[in-house]
Design a protein around this ligand. Structure first.
Ligand SMILES: [Zn+2]
Length: 396
């Protein structure tokens, strides 16, 4: 509770410092589009930029910042395609955080979270979300929100996440939760503009509705009844949920257009393949295994990466421990072991599970396979001890 209170007061002071600035901004053109120059610090937009600059500076030092040399340039390339004329304004930061989220601050600082990268099934889906954020940016939505903000109720939700330790950047959360509380109309408009931007850039017109639909399905797959009946959001900061009418609007826009993108999923998967194990392990830290399992099924639907995906499916079932989950875990680990990309840990888990159900010979084979494959594993001694115990038991 003390931690929570400290967080709350820190965020309040961040917000208070920014809201105190109240003059009118000059950085938007007559039609509401951003003209791209830095506003004066004495204006309310200037205050907003200053806060965004601070959050961006802090983001660069975060442990969750993905420092892979290829990933951020790749995401930036996608953002640029849909941002078009705003490409030069955008600075992309990929964060390894297991929630679906992307955001773009008024100063051009864009965060893309791994939870979004893991849930997009194609570059088109990723492009749509980035295009959505660019559309908020281009039309000054966050400034409108900043000016009209009366309530800080969504800060509580974000603080809950921050208190949970998974999402750590306090300043960022404090600023963004206030900036990105868009209205229903702004969300609908950003969807429509993002659709136009992505289609113009050559992406799949059906991707937008498909992604929002799949997010709603994931909500419905939660282990927790309260989550299952709650709203689905395209960003943890959004106050307006992804509703069936938003999806219907996107379906309407896509109707009659052709989907050009055979092989698009395969190409996107190649970009994120090496991160799958770490991101899936992160996702399980949310402890909503029903949702993780739903996500894994979607990732497995194209028949790629099955060794990795079946392993994490096994992990989700093993940890959840509902009725029947142990059998499902064993089945998933067994399936994983038949694929060339299975992590070596598959055979350790198989040994543990088979040993528990008295399948001694199979457990022995699994542990021996693990020791043969995992030459440098830190837990070799443990598996060796298990194996010794098993051999002694079978001799007596
Ligand atoms: Zn939005």
């Amino acid at each position: 509770m003390r931690r929570q209170a400290t967080l709350r007061s820190a965020v309040s002071s961040v917000l208070a410092a920014s809201i105190a600035v109240t003059a009118v901004t000059p950085a938007f053109a007559q039609d509401g589009r951003m003209v791209g120059r830095r506003p004066d610090i004495s204006t309310d937009e200037g205050g907003l930029w200053a806060q965004s600059d601070k959050a961006e500076t802090e983001a660069r030092t975060k442990a969750e910042l993905n420092r892979d040399p290829d990933l951020t340039p790749y995401v930036r390339g996608v953002a640029c395609k849909v941002a078009a004329e705003y490409c030069g304004d955008i600075r992309v930061y990929v964060m390894d955080r297991p929630y679906f989220n992307a955001s773009m601050a008024p100063n051009g600082y864009m965060e893309v979270w791994s939870g979004l990268m893991l849930r997009a099934r194609s570059e088109s889906e990723l492009a749509f979300v980035l295009g959505h954020e660019v559309s908020h940016f281009a039309h000054g939505h966050s400034l409108t929100t900043w000016r009209t903000m009366k309530s800080r109720s969504n800060v509580g939700m974000v603080l809950m996440l921050a208190g949970g330790g998974i999402v750590g950047s306090l300043l960022y959360l404090g600023v963004m939760s206030t900036v990105f509380a868009f209205s229903r109309e702004q969300e609908m408009e950003a969807d429509r503009l993002a659709f136009e931007r992505t289609v113009k850039a050559g992406y799949d017109p059906a991707a937008a509705a498909a992604l929002w639909r799949s997010l709603r399905e994931e909500t419905a797959a939660s282990d927790f009844p309260k989550t299952r009946t709650s709203d689905t959001r395209g960003s943890i900061f959004n106050t307006h949920p992804i509703t069936p009418d938003r999806i219907a609007a996107l379906d309407g826009l896509a109707a009659g257009r052709t989907t050009p993108s055979e092989g698009e999923r395969t190409r996107y998967r190649a970009q994120i393949r090496k991160f799958l194990p770490a991101w899936l392990a992160d996702d399980m830290r949310r402890r909503d295994y029903g949702q993780t399992l739903h996500l894994i099924d979607r990732l497995a639907a194209d028949g790629e990466d099955l060794g990795v995906l079946e392993f994490y499916k096994g992990e989700a079932y093993r940890r959840r421990r509902l009725d029947g989950d142990q059998d499902k875990a064993l089945a998933a680990y067994t399936a994983a072991s038949g694929h060339a990309d299975a992590p070596v840990a598959v055979w350790r888990e198989l040994g543990d599970m088979l040993g528990k159900v008295g399948k001694t010979a199979e457990a022995r084979t699994a542990w021996e396979t693990y020791l043969a494959k995992a030459v440098d594993a830190e837990d070799r001694w443990l598996v060796e001890a298990n194996l010794k115990k098993l051999n002694e038991g079978s001799e007596s």
